[in-house]
Design a protein around this ligand. Structure first.
Ligand SMILES: NC(=O)c1ccc[n+]([C@@H]2O[C@H](COP(=O)([O-])OP(=O)(O)OC[C@H]3O[C@@H](n4cnc5c(N)ncnc54)[C@H](OP(=O)(O)O)[C@@H]3O)[C@@H](O)[C@H]2O)c1
Length: 298
């Protein structure tokens, strides 16, 4: 594995992390504990030390599966990132709550589910600029840091979010940005990376495989099953991606290289990106994603 500094946090993260929205049960199937154990054990064997989860991947379901795992392993080797801002009600059904008491309660639930005393990175989860620009929210979060419940603060910027949260991250006390960044979606380079460079913020690249499309495997894509989160995304965009991916495969991916691995390494060519956090459906995908490190320079 290779490791990079996560901005000024002092954390050294593996360049390949584990995205765990899938564990929450909205990607076509529920997960058993032994399946999660196998994925995370294999990740650890590869030297991966970064897990990204959230309060609303199921009602703290992904966190609870991770927490059960951590309770039986060495918690201290992992950097655990989770998020706040939502209540989960069912498949792709959430309400936003960034009230001070609401977030405090969410943090307690996350700590309990993760079976840990401290969250290493606590991220504002795709909230609006209006909700972001409330100094009292960030004051309360600083208090959680002082209490030792949170180590570092971050902002997971909404997929349609503009540059404001990145520009004001430092003032809010956030040290890390989690942004959509992959070969098909490069807006982060314009909207978020300049602030990251200026303020020394760490960047986590999420959706690095463009929801799986950059694996190149959806050649005859029609649709995702109704119980897969991706069935609720922009389907026209997916259709466009199928042909764009074919073009990229022909023009940019070297012969003999797995496109998914190439796509992860592509994100990491930018030294501002500390880590990619692909979601792995199973041990096979985790293995392939971890091996992408062989294509990463620096
Ligand atoms: N707002 C937010 O903060 C936010 C939003 C989205 C995601 N995230 C985080 O970012 C993580 C990653 O994003 P994502 O899971 O949405 O998208 P992604 O990582 O771009 O794509 C994940 C999908 O790619 C496919 N895949 C993964 N590895 C593969 C491999 N080696 N070969 C072939 N196919 C492979 C799988 O699709 P199949 O299931 O079809 O096999 C998998 O479900 C999430 O898990 C979550 O932790 C955060």
């Amino acid at each position: 594995m290779k490791y990079r500094k996560l901005g000024k946090t002092g954390l050294e993260v593996s360049v390949i992390g584990v995205g765990t929205w899938q564990f929450g049960g909205e990607w076509g199937r529920a997960y058993r504990q032994d399946e999660v154990d196998a994925i995370l054990d294999r990740a650890a064997e590869h030297g991966i030390n970064l897990i990204d989860t959230a309060e609303c991947y199921g009602d703290h379901v992904s966190e609870a599966l991770i927490g059960d795992y951590l309770s039986r392993r060495d918690r201290s080797r992992w950097i655990v990132a989770t998020k706040f801002g939502h209540h989960f009600h069912g498949f792709m059904d959430r309400t936003w709550d960034s009230s001070l008491t609401g977030v405090e309660a969410q943090l307690e639930k996350s700590l309990r589910a993760l079976r840990t005393d401290v969250v290493d990175l606590y991220q504002f989860h795709s909230g609006s600029d209006e909700d972001f620009q409330r100094p009292e929210l960030w004051t309360m979060l600083q208090r959680q840091k002082a209490l030792g419940k949170v180590r570092h603060l971050g902002i997971s910027i909404a997929s349609k979010g503009g540059p404001l949260q990145a520009e004001q991250a430092q003032r809010a006390g956030a040290e890390v940005l989690q942004v959509v960044y992959n070969r098909l979606e490069r807006r982060a380079e314009r909207d978020f990376f300049p602030s990251a460079r200026e303020h020394g913020l760490g960047i986590l690249a999420r959706v690095p495989l463009a929801s799986g499309f950059l694996s190149g495997k959806y050649v005859n894509f029609k649709s995702f099953p109704a119980n897969d989160a991706r069935s609720t995304f922009d389907q026209d965009k997916f259709q466009r991606w199928v042909s764009e991916v074919e073009e990229i495969r022909k023009m940019e991916v070297p012969a003999g290289v797995a496109m998914s691995q190439w796509a992860l390494a592509w994100c990491l060519k930018n030294p501002l990106v500390s880590a990619v956090i692909p979601g792995s459906r199973d041990v096979g995908q985790l293995e392939a994603n971890a091996d992408a490190v062989k294509l990463v320079e620096g």
